[in-house]
Design a binder for this molecule. Sequence first.
Ligand SMILES: [Zn+2]
Length: 231
Amino acid sequence: MKRILVVGAHVGDAELMAGGIIIKHSKIEDEIFIIHMSKGERGHPSLSPEEYAKQKEREALESAKIMKAKVIFMPYEDALIPNNEEARFKLAEEIRKIRPSVVITHWVGSYHKDHENTSRIVKDAIFLAAMRDLPIGGETYSVGKLYFAENWEDPINFIPEVYVDISEVFEEYRKAMEVHEFASGKFWGFNYIDYYTSLARIRGIEVRTKYAQALMPDKSWASYREKVDTL
Ligand SMILES: [Zn+2]
């Protein structure tokens, strides 16, 4: 049994970019944690951020129930996720509590600064979680592997390299997506469900299966390189 941590910038990011992978692993008794850096509360065309934050929290919990994942909300505001020491220490403390062998987050090549900041915060927090004598609670911990998930807002130089067959869990993945009102495209015209369904099909075709989700391993991590060879 592994512990897997998925960190998304806004409620909906982790679920859409890695939902199939999450469900597949929760079915084999892996323990899955999702950290939402913010709720994404500024994304509604008419509700106030306060009202929409409550809806996003409900949606996060409902889709996590479908995926059998545990949810942690960080206190940062949508559009204002800070790439600073405080955020890195706070996330490092969560990493020390969860002690995941695998972490999945955004790729840094993003059009969205919250996504880019989250990617950088996660990478640095993993580094800091393993270091002693820092103002971080808990015992030091070294994460085994870091992967970046495929997200339509983070496409700059993203290369799909590790494919996970999600054919058997696709219907549950779709249900977990449908919980999120924004994913239907009714707010801004971008139909996330169609996009991620089509993307999963394309990645599936590439590896001769029905549906797949792709990841990119963090190859800048020297100790990781040896491990990737064993996949
Ligand atoms: Zn986002």
